[in-house]
Design a protein around this ligand. Structure first.
Ligand code: CA
Length: 651
């Protein structure tokens, strides 16, 4: 009996009704005597598992038909010890066998993620892994994030790190640049960040793992296998255990340094829909489509996944939980979170809370273009109040400081362009409702979107767009270096004193540039690498940012973590001039030992005088210098604030 292929096409409504299995998604379970294979393929006509003797090429050493179960999975239990065997699944739909896939939830893969491996996960644990614990985090308001790419971080000849471009670079201690200043892990500790956000580190497609002798660079926003570390960051991509073990060693070392690890997760799209593990397993199920049947492209990468589909939602929840449990990951940054639906993001938050509510979740509350789901269902920044416990990047303050994302040449507050003060204030309070914010004057959001200030990521620079040093160069028409240093410090001081969660792009603390390249996703190392010599060259910038982080840590007034407290204790001071934002953190805000703290950001190219509540103050930050023990006293009510700098003083 034969079927016409067309009669087997399955409608979207029927796909939605596919059974969803209960319990964790386990495609391979190994014991000494049995290996169980299972693949979810409810629309398949047949399914089989192929066994191989190597990660790529080599010989097929077995092929077994799988049996369909009522929950939509196809299974087989093979008797014998299959440890080390590579395998793929193959699914027959619409009358034809699809290309081989390691499964949608492979946990160990070889070169280029083509085949999965029968593996005993316990054997991948580095020594002491069972005793690895998350560094303590009392509150999300204590989070300070450092975003980094593995190659940016270690490729430079002056990095002092041996494992350049590898996970293991983050396990090295005692590394230095040419003048003896610390680099790598020691540098992160010294700087005072407590979360490292690593750019995509799951197995992605744009770097060919068969030719790692040739330098290849990519950010990695092109997922292939979501639940396995990327092979090119390991010392041997052909051996699946190596990338897993080395990733765990990295996490372990960061944890020992008191730093939590945030994974950049890109569930919103895949490298290529047609050749994705999703499409080869259950065609059309995991992606959204336009009315004409073509793929919807809210990601701008050719496809968008369908988080509202029950199995995709379960997949995202399971994947996040898997990274937490197997790899001890402490936080997640959702790429284009606005492509996902609110219900899924809340399901993830809830599932994560059941393991550890201190795990921090944030994302890009936007999409690249309109997803095929109504706006009010999407995890957009504007809907953040429906997602308590999930933070979003605040582009209002970012662009209020550096200038709009639409044009690299246009500056804003930092270069003294008037009219951006309210967007800066919006960011200072952490995107919450505050009686002194006139939302009509804010650049993008005409109303608050955060319930708590910890729902806003404060930043002025990240891997996307020009980094801060380039942006300042572009908007000051290559102003002299002394000026650019002043403005760099001014911009970072706003980020690091604001009530949201501060976020630093790797190398900004030493004024790294990307030679003006805006979208450096596949630029060579010469563009992307942090030049560690900069730490010496711009030591004053590094020391300034480090001191600001120490000040922030020591003073809860700068990170109250509670919207009501911010409304009560953060009061903007009236100023007559443009390009000036002044406020006080009053009445021992959040129990701060300092009674009143005055903070002024002045981006005017001249000194300005402002009225402050009369008193005797100790100045801790002035004119690009900072010292928590005091730079001098101020008495009276008429304060002079030096040009293009931040002033902080306390009573
Ligand atoms: Ca890869």
């Amino acid at each position: 009996m034969s079927f016409m292929a067309s009669s087997l096409t399955i409608s979207a409504q029927d796909l939605e009704k596919c059974p969803v299995p209960v319990g964790p998604i386990t495609e391979m379970a190994y014991t000494l005597t049995t290996t169980q294979f299972s693949v979810w393929a409810p629309t398949a006509q047949e399914a089989r598992v192929n066994l191989y003797d190597s990660a790529i090429g080599g010989n097929m050493v077995g092929q077994y038909a799988l049996t369909k179960k009522t929950d939509g999975t196809w299974q087989i239990a093979l008797t014998g010890n299959f440890l080390g065997r590579f395998y793929t699944f193959q699914i027959k739909t619409s009358g034809k066998w699809n290309e081989e896939t390691p499964g949608i939830f492979a946990k160990a893969v070889g070169t280029n993620g083509q085949r999965a491996q029968v593996i005993d996960m316990k054997s991948t644990n580095p020594a002491g892994w069972d005793n690895d614990t998350r560094p303590i985090l009392r509150n999300f308001s204590d989070v300070v994030i450092y975003e980094m790419h593995h190659r940016d971080f270690s490729m430079c000849g002056q990095s002092g790190m041996k494992n350049k471009g590898k996970f293991l670079a983050l396990t090295e201690t005692g590394t230095q640049n040419k003048t003896g200043l610390s680099t790598g892990l020691d540098h992160l500790k010294d700087l005072g960040v407590n979360h490292v956000h690593i750019l995509p580190s799951y197995d992605y497609g744009s770097v060919d793992e068969t030719r790692l002798n040739v330098p290849q660079y990519n950010w990695g926003y092109d997922p292939v296998n979501y639940n396995v570390p990327e092979g090119s960051y390991s010392t041997n991509p052909a051996d699946p255990s190596v990338r897993i073990r080395e990733f765990k060693q990295m996490v372990q070392s960061l944890h020992q340094a008191g730093i939590r690890v945030v994974l950049d997760v890109v569930y919103n799209h895949v490298f290529d829909a047609a050749s994705s593990q999703f499409q080869k397993t259950v065609p059309d199920y995991f992606f959204r489509h336009k009315p004409d049947g073509k793929l919807s492209d809210g990601s701008g990468c050719g496809n968008e996944t369908a988080s509202e589909m029950p199995m995709m939602r379960k997949y995202m929840v399971e994947s996040v939980l898997y990274w937490i449990k197997e790899y001890h990951i402490d936080g997640f940054r959702f790429d284009l979170m606005g492509v996902h639906d609110i219900e899924t993001m809340n399901a993830i938050r809830q599932a994560v809370d059941s393991v550890d509510p201190s795990i921090f979740i944030y994302g890009e509350g936007w999409a690249a273009s309109s997803p095929a789901l109504p706006e009010n269902k999407l995890a957009m920044k504007a809907n953040s109040m429906q997602m308590p416990g999930i933070a979003a990047f605040g582009d209002e303050m970012r662009d209020g400081l550096r200038g709009p994302w639409t044009s690299d040449e246009d500056g804003a507050f930092v270069i003294g362009k008037a009219g951006n003060e309210m967007s800066v204030k919006f960011g200072v309070v952490g995107a919450i409702q505050h009686p002194q914010i006139d939302y009509t004057q804010v650049n993008y959001s005409k109303e608050p979107w955060a319930l708590q200030p910890t729902q806003m990521i404060s930043y002025v620079s990240c891997h996307d767009d020009m980094c801060l040093a380039d942006r300042i160069k572009a908007t000051t028409l290559d102003g002299d270096e002394a000026l650019r240093i002043r403005l760099h410090k001014l911009a970072e001081s706003v980020v690091l004193t604001s009530q949201g969660v501060p976020f630093i792009w790797c190398g900004d603390e030493m004024m790294r540039d990307k030679k003006g390249v805006h979208n450096s996703y596949n630029s060579p190392d010469s563009i992307n690498t942090i030049p560690w010599g900069n730490k010496t060259k711009y030591k004053e910038v590094y020391d300034y940012m480090k001191s600001l982080l120490a000040l922030r840590k020591a003073h809860p007034a700068f990170h109250m973590g509670d919207a009501d407290m911010v409304r009560r204790h953060l009061e903007f001071l009236p100023v007559k001039q443009q390009n000036l934002v002044a406020y006080q953190l009053k009445e021992h805000a959040a129990g701060d030992p300092w009674e009143n703290i005055i903070v002024v950001y002045n981006s005017n190219p001249k000194n300005v005088k402002i009225d402050v509540p009369v008193g005797t103050y100790t100045v801790v930050c002035r004119d690009g210098e900072i010292n928590e023990n005091g730079l001098g006293q101020f008495k009276g009510a008429k304060l002079t604030v030096p040009a293009q700098s931040t002033l902080i003083m306390y009573k």
